[in-house]
Design a protein around this ligand. Sequence first.
Ligand code: MRU
Length: 310
Amino acid sequence: MKTIEWVDNSLKLIDQRKIPNELSYVYCTKYQDVIEAIDNMTVRGAPAIGVAAAFAMALADINGENLEKAAEDIKSSRPTAINLFWAVDRVYNSDNTLDEALKIYSEDVETNLAIGQYGSSIIDEGDTILTHCNAGALACTEYGTALGVIRSAFSEGKDINVICDETRPRGQGARLSVWELQEEGIPVKLIPDVASGYLMSLGKIDKVIIGADRVAKGGIVNKIGSLLVGLAANNFNIPFYVAAPFSTFDKDNSIFDTEIEERSQYEVTHYGGCRICPENTEVINPAFDIVPNNLITGIITEEGIIDPIK
Ligand code: MRU
């Protein structure tokens, strides 16, 4: 499955808002189309928005736009995942925008395969693995980071089970991770977000593996709810791994300085198009949270498993 493809000078994106009900595509021919696709979450997940942003720069160049302005506009599409800023700067500073974007694309696939191979070493026969949000092929170009580790272990013939939590409010776990795993025949069960602590207390979860939007000094940032999963795992002595490529690292800065995106109130006040709280309810809707180093067992990278950054 290809989440992102460069086809005839346009960027073809799986429309992730429609999965699992429909597999359809959005085509971007202008950099502004890519900004809209990132903002409205047609494309999402740190590596995927990095790659999409790289192609947005190439589209700006092809269309003769001012690259400095394009870079600034693209960087304002979503604030938290560092991959977006990394990719825009890399393409901006290159000699050939399209070649560089294509390079970032193919590196992403290789990187995920390497993460999968290293990560598979921590998975034991019979493990049940909890993952949060979607750090799969849909969050990258192909394969995935956390789900890449799971794919790799499964393809080596390990007998594993996966538990996805729903990941409210946007349901990336229920809609995207379950769909991806089912497509490949990997055994998966869905739980409400609020059930993971209880399942851990019963000894029904052996490991947690999640992705990250940023890895920096002191911890990682990932989808809202990651912190609660990390706290519960720590309480029950369950290994908690983060799978992330170096393009997600912001090694010179403190994780506590990361801008955490606040998304629309509508995501919380409505479910499936229906209002689920009284009119005029005030909402707080941070899209990400911070998991501090003391809750993290290790970070699975394309060069091996490392300690979190101090
Ligand atoms: O808001 P999203 O869906 O873009 O959030 C995605 C996540 O939090 C992922 O876990 C993260 O980007 C890692 S993807 C390999």
